[in-house]
Design a protein around this ligand. Structure first.
Ligand SMILES: Nc1nc2c(c(=O)[nH]1)N[C@H]1C(S)=C(S)[C@@H](COP(=O)(O)OP(=O)(O)OC[C@H]3O[C@@H](n4cnc5c(N)ncnc54)[C@H](O)[C@@H]3O)O[C@H]1N2
Ligand code: MOO
Length: 414
């Protein structure tokens, strides 16, 4: 891990540099596990999968109708065929056929070997065993070729990939019942602060409920994570050190909130220095400036600031990409849109800001954003009501209402 030097106390690392540093430092875990397909949603595919079969395995009908050989149809008015049986999905028609004969067929049924055309039932007339085609009947329609979706030995899903429901259905169609995925990450998180009280206890003067652990538990919810809530640690350097050392032995990543700044009870950075290595601390971002990133033994460490909205922002911008990298997932990128902003935005020079906004779409499809409310980093209600970040570059000094801004809708990634 490279140690980054800060020539003076105001030298804050940029968001881009910090992200680069995280991606450079963290190496993908190599351990794999083989799991059953139904357990694989959202897991990271470790080995590419090729199809053991053609999909569909045989020629099948795409519509309910009648299967016949186009060359059998004479120029009658209307052309007629003799019905000799039925091909059901799962029950092929295997009997021999004579010229001029056809078979009733249903969607998904194997097309009998003699047939090269299926005509839909809406287009024909049936009288007993006689099927009459319209004069404008068309040959070679409504048949899906074997392998028309995927050919045998073709790559189905290429690794690495976070598996979607679409991938699982494709793998299932090929009969793939077990796949190789990256193992889950062991992640421990805790809050620090003497003022914090867990849910279910009354508040004394000066105390607040610990909300960060519930935010983090929600943000960390992912099938690739095995998450442990390590509770609240008081502002005591010795207790913090014990927690760091113990948690680092049991997890791939630990995440703390609070105590990351410069107050007399903020021990996170110095404890990290004592137990491990600090890669960087303090970023040109708002909210989220006092973020500490480093390593304790083999365990990665993210010391997030205490303010809840700073936790939200630093998780999305740094922890999430770090976990994706460690888990072996392809890096995702927040979807960015340029939209009109209906609120004036204030901004002080120097830090990249992630303001909380509400993005709306008008009836004619135009996207417009407005500020969700006041922007102090303790204001959880505004964060709860927002649906996007309004991203403002470090150099920006704010905008007037009506100007264009960059927004990142929550949960929209490329
Ligand atoms: N003199 C300076 N003061 C501060 C600076 C600075 O650069 N110089 N930075 C400010 C910034 S920016 C932030 S962000 C905060 C972060 O400080 P800490 O990481 O040390 O966090 P705390 O002081 O422990 O807490 C800040 C704030 O958040 C509340 N908090 C903490 N944990 C939780 C929790 N689990 N659930 C809910 N709320 C929590 C805590 O009570 C404080 O109000 O420092 C600024 N100060
Ligand atoms: O930047 Mo702090 O992160 O104000 O909340």
């Amino acid at each position: 891990m490279t140690d980054i030097c800060y020539p003076n106390k105001h030298n804050l690392l940029s968001v881009q540099q910090a992200l680069l540093e995280i991606r450079k430092a963290i190496e993908v875990i190599t351990d794999l596990e083989v799991i059953a397909l139904p357990q694989a949603l959202g897991r990271i595919l470790a080995d590419s999968v090729v199809s053991p079969i053609d999909i569909p395995p045989q020629r099948t009908a795409a519509m309910d109708g009648y299967a016949f050989a186009a060359s059998d149809i004479s120029a009658g008015h209307p052309p007629k065929m003799q019905l000799i049986g039925t091909a059901w999905a799962g029950q092929p028609f295997l009997a021999p056929q004579m010229p001029g004969q056809c078979v009733r067929i249903f969607t998904g049924a194997v097309v009998p070997s003699f047939a090269d055309s299926v005509i839909t039932q809406e287009q024909i007339e049936v009288d007993g065993n006689t099927v009459s085609l319209p004069l404008d009947w068309q040959p070679y329609k409504n048949i899906r070729a074997a392998g028309s979706d995927v050919k045998q030995h073709e790559e189905l899903v290429s690794a690495p990939k976070k598996l979607t429901a679409r991938d699982l259905s494709l793998l299932a169609a090929a009969g793939v019942d077990k796949i190789s995925v990256k193992r889950k990450l062991r992640i421990g998180f805790f809050s620090t602060g003497d003022e914090l009280v867990p849910l279910g206890e009354p508040l004394a003067t000066g105390q607040i409920y610990d909300s960060n652990r519930y935010l983090l538990a929600g943000l960390l919810s992912d099938p690739n994570h095995m998450v442990s809530d390590l509770g609240i640690v008081v502002d005591d350097q010795f207790k913090l050190e014990q927690t760091f050392r113990h948690a680092a032995q049991q997890h791939d990543v630990i995440i703390s909130t609070g105590g990351a700044s410069v107050g007399d009870a903020d021990f996170v950075k110095q404890t990290l220095e004592k137990c491990g290595q600090v890669s960087f601390w303090k970023l040109a971002i708002k909210p989220g400036k006092p973020l500490a990133f480093g390593k304790i033994g083999e365990c990665w460490f993210f010391g997030l600031p205490g303010n809840p909205v700073a936790v939200l922002v630093t998780y999305e911008k740094f922890v999430k990409p770090g976990l994706e990298r460690l888990a072996g997932a392809p890096a995702t990128q927040a979807l960015r849109l340029r939209v009109r902003c209906d609120s004036p935005l204030k901004k002080s020079h120097g830090r990249q800001e992630y303001q909380r906004g509400i993005l709306c779409q008008s009836a004619d499809g135009e996207l417009v954003v407005r500020l969700a409310g006041q922007q102090d980093s303790h204001q959880l209600k505004v964060a709860s009501q927002s649906n996007c970040f309004i991203v403002m570059d470090a150099a920006s000094s704010g905008i007037d209402a009506g100007e264009m801004v960059t927004v990142e809708p929550f949960s929209a990634v490329l």
